[in-house]
Design a protein around this ligand. Structure first.
Ligand code: PEP
Ligand code: MG
Length: 881
């Protein structure tokens, strides 16, 4: 018989897939003897079985739940629904990968009109009993009966106002009874039924609801964002309740064993006295920092810090721990590996190696390459004198500038329109997730460092400020005020998530630098990785940045970018418009020294490391004005100034634009096809490279040019272009008397080139896979059209698993890459191979490149650190013999 339900003493931390992260860790903590309230876990397989049987709990699961419940009741000496001594439980979701706040939780289950009296008697605290009952009605109604929480909050607010209270603790037992009666009315009004009194019915309805919440909108969005597969399902944890709201000797809190924002090794967290479960995370009351617990409950604090140390040593990683104190007794409700910023991830990994807790390879695997982007963002210029408008808690580091918006939907709307926005809310809830994704940063006026907004923002690497209480937000008027200052919807603010400061307007930012710990971790990555990392850079500034970030060379210098410069474009146009060879050569002669200067700068920046320079690639019309705009200008001139020389010039230009116009430029006259038809263009470029190399060699500098021919589909194209480059080299050698060592290679970016790679290898010293074009030509998509028209829908409808222009399609495009490497190396063992499409900076594609045996990946300068780490991880994960 399949087992679907596990008591806490039947599992361990290796059973995450079955028990979910929370369930597996509760079992593990029970196993090692920590004070965990007893309970059981319904497995993720039960969730899948639930969906397979059209959302009903199969009888076998139901029976196992009842059996486990019996054992729990025996162990606790209490019974669910027993008016004399009632057992109360929590029902919580728990997926394999943590999805904080995305799914549902129900506390105090087992409360009804009878048991509430029992609880009041047993605890000698009627106020507590009624408060707990009303919380249960509120949560159950919201999660299970799907009644908007607003109705309950509104009713509670009315009662508070009527009685002249400002906070909940002022309500008496009788007041809570009145609230309960009102809540029950709300339930009848919305469901036409009484609030369910039977505890087992409550239990099974709650289990259903938690399973359902696996597929609620916010959980789906979160999974998509974090690439968590939908088939995993969630487990459900049923745990006996402990109460943090039993008086001033009780409380509840959340703590991280290290600072999740900076990585500093000190206990970090917060708690609320006399409060229950979700109050801390929900960000409704701003809690106290954990350090003050030392004075308020010294014994509990001592026990808690010891438990935190024990958990960190047990799991060998930073833990995120939830705890409750019930009448002076500490209970641990959850532990999990804590989410952290990139800065913290690096600091913790490095510290743990230095403390001998983990080894370097483990440390390298602990940092997600994608997170590193956060550290490579610009930050506020230190020399700028800040005029702070308000200060909140520095919940997630980084600086951001954007328009103020007050609503998640609005943030999404503007964000998707390419606008930079900062989401400002009293607090955020899991329903705001889409707005947080679209925003540059989040600011809340309530809630602490472990509130929903803080946890989610840190997870996404977005700047976040929480608990900025000086901010008076008026959601209706779409504005907030700080003292006299009023900030309206759409006004620009800048925030610094590392200090908690909010400032008006846009503020100067500076380029990022790598911290010492970051450099150290990357140096470990370099020791381990068996695949090179280069950068795509087209100018000396980018080349310098790439070199500073650790690139071992330039994998792609797109020379067309040098043509686009505003001082050069008129010369390039002159070259294109030339009617005869002489005129074209005149323009090319003007361009040559300019290109030479660029190459000198790049060679110098790379200090003797290889530089792959690709000869001109785009179709020539890209250097001419837009046809339609030109047509409008010509038409205007024909009417206003029909005899002008300006009109003649423009008409000439239009004629050329029309000549060069293409139906499908992606597949048109570009790449080496230009070189074959206009060899003088490639010759000029090749000569500029050789002159630059000769000049630097003359100064005693080492240069390693690798000249690359784009878009080759037939070996004869390469053969011809290779000869042209060799001849140009000879000419420069004769002229300067300096011989440059160089290689000639090609891009493999047309399927035919991959299919005939053995023939092509005979003419090439290296291959560089241009997976941007290879993806276009393999799929038969033109990238711009695909991305703007159908690709998003394809991904949403799961026609494609990912955007193949971002993540290499290993099954299709990847097969061509494998074939290219294999055939190429068959013909020429030791053929150097690399990748220079966008995929060279994406972690799963980098792993593929390593497994396929490429010598290097090349990506944009800012992705070089990411690629170094991803390359190390690929090497560690795929040990080659
Ligand atoms: C490629 O096609 O992958 C490539 C690097 O070239 P480009 O993006 O310039 O076409
Ligand atoms: Mg290309």
């Amino acid at each position: 018989m399949q087992k679907f339900v596990y008591l806490f003493n039947e599992g361990n931390s290796d059973m995450k897939e079955l028990l979910g992260g929370k369930g597996a860790n509760l079992a593990e903590m029970t196993r090692i003897g920590l004070p965990v309230p007893y309970g059981f876990t319904i497995s993720t397989q039960a969730c899948n079985a639930y969906y397979e049987t059209e959302k009903t709990i199969p009888t076998i699961v139901e029976n196992q739940v009842l059996e486990a419940l019996n054992i729990l009741e025996e162990k606790m000496g209490k019974k669910l629904g027993d008016p004399e001594n009632p057992l109360l439980v929590s029902v919580r979701s728990g997926a394999v990968f943590s999805m904080p706040g995305m799914m549902d939780t129900i506390l105090n289950l087992g409360m009804n009109d009878e048991t509430v009296e029992g609880v009041a008697r047993l605890t000698n605290n009627a106020r507590f009993a009624y408060d707990s009952y009303r919380r249960f009605i509120q949560m159950f109604s919201n999660v299970v009966l799907q009644i908007d929480g607003f109705y309950f909050e509104q009713f509670l607010e009315e009662i508070r106002e009527e009685k002249g209270y400002t906070t909940d603790p002022e309500l008496t037992a009788e007041d809570w009874q009145e609230v309960i009666a009102g809540y029950k009315e709300i339930v009848i009004k919305h469901t036409r039924k009484e609030f369910p009194q039977e505890p087992k019915e409550q239990l099974f309805l709650s289990i259903n609801a938690v399973f359902d919440s696996w597929n609620n909108q916010r959980a789906i969005v979160y999974r998509r964002l974090n690439k968590i597969p939908g088939h995993l399902g969630t487990a459900v944890n049923i745990q006996s309740m402990v109460f943090g709201n039993m008086g001033n000797d009780s409380g509840t809190g959340v703590a991280f064993t290290r600072n999740p924002s900076t990585g500093e090794s000190i206990l970090y967290g917060e708690y609320l006295i006399n409060a229950q479960g979700e109050d801390v995370v929900a960000g409704i009351r701003t809690p106290q920092p954990i350090a003050t617990l030392k004075d308020e409950m010294p014994e509990v604090f001592k026990q808690f810090t010891a438990t935190c140390d024990r958990l960190e040593q047990h799991y060998l990683d930073m833990q995120d721990i939830e705890f409750t104190v019930e009448r002076g007794k500490l209970f641990i409700l959850q532990t999990r590996t804590g989410k952290r910023t990139a800065q913290a991830a690096i600091q913790i990994a490095v510290d743990m190696v230095e403390a001998g807790i983990i080894d370097k390879k483990t440390a390298l695997l602990r940092v997600d390459p994608d997170q590193l982007n956060q550290l490579l963002h610009r930050r506020i210029d230190d020399t700028f004198i800040r005029k702070q408008l308000a200060k909140g808690l520095p919940a997630s580091p980084g600086a951001a500038t954007g328009k103020v918006v007050f609503d998640a939907d609005e943030a999404e709307l503007l964000g998707n329109d390419g606008q930079k926005v900062i989401l400002v809310r009293p607090e955020t809830t899991p329903d705001d997730i889409h707005g947080i994704i679209a925003a540059q940063a989040v600011v809340t006026s309530r809630g602490g460092m472990t509130s929903h907004a803080a946890v989610v923002a840190r997870g996404m690497g977005k700047a976040c400020i929480c608990g900025c209480e000086a901010l008076k937000i008026d959601l209706k008027a779409k504005q907030f005020s700080i003292g006299e200052t009023i900030v309206n919807y759409g006004d620009i603010i800048t925030i610094d998530g590392s200090t908690g400061e909010i400032m008006l307007g846009e503020i100067p930012m500076i380029e990022p630098e790598l911290s010492d710990e970051f450099q150290l971790l990357l140096s470990w990555a370099d020791e381990v990785r068996e695949i090179g990392v280069r950068a795509n850079a087209d100018n000396p500034t980018d080349a310098k940045k790439a070199f500073e970030f650790g690139a071992g060379g330039i994998g792609l210098c797109r020379t067309e970018h040098m043509f686009m410069d505003s001082t050069r474009i008129p010369i390039v146009q002159k070259m294109i418009l030339a009617d005869n060879f002489e005129d074209r050569m005149e323009a090319l002669d003007q361009l040559l020294p300019m290109q030479q200067g660029d190459f000198e700068g790049i060679f110098e920046a790379m200090e003797g490391h290889p530089v792959t320079i690709r000869l001109l690639d785009p179709p020539l019309h890209e250097f001419l004005p837009d046809k339609e705009e030109l047509l409008v200008e010509v038409t205007k001139l024909q009417i206003l100034d029909p005899n002008s020389s300006e009109l003649k010039k423009k008409e000439q230009l239009l004629k050329k634009v029309r000549q060069l116009d293409e139906f499908n430029p992606m597949l048109g006259h570009r790449g080496c096809r230009l070189g074959v038809i206009y060899p003088e263009i490639y010759e000029m470029q090749a000569k500029a490279i050789f002159y630059a190399a000769a000049k630097l060699a003359d100064k005693g500098m080492e240069v390693k040019p690798e000249i690359m021919i784009p878009l080759v589909g037939h070996v004869n194209e390469l053969k011809q272009m290779r000869q042209l480059v060799i001849d140009s080299g000879e000419k420069v050698k004769t002229e300067t008397g300096i011989e440059t060592e160089y290689t000639i290679g090609t891009m493999i970016e047309i399927p035919r080139a991959a299919l005939t790679a053995d023939q092509i290898a005979a003419e090439a010293d290296f291959f560089s896979f241009g997976t941007n074009d290879l993806t276009q030509t393999t799929f038969g998509y033109s990238r711009d059209d695909a991305e703007s028209k159908f690709l998003q829908a394809y991904i949403e409808q799961k026609v494609l698993p990912e955007n193949p222009f971002a993540v290499l399609d290993q099954e299709g495009v990847g097969k061509l890459v494998e074939m290219g490497v294999k055939l190429g190396r068959q013909a020429k063992p030791g053929l150097k191979t690399g990748i220079c499409g966008e995929h060279g900076g994406e972690k799963s594609s980098i792993e593929f490149c390593y497994k396929t045996g490429l010598d290097y990946v090349s990506c944009s300068p800012y992705r070089v650190p990411l690629a170094r780490l991803a390359a190390a991880q690929a090497t560690i994960r795929n040990v080659k013999n």
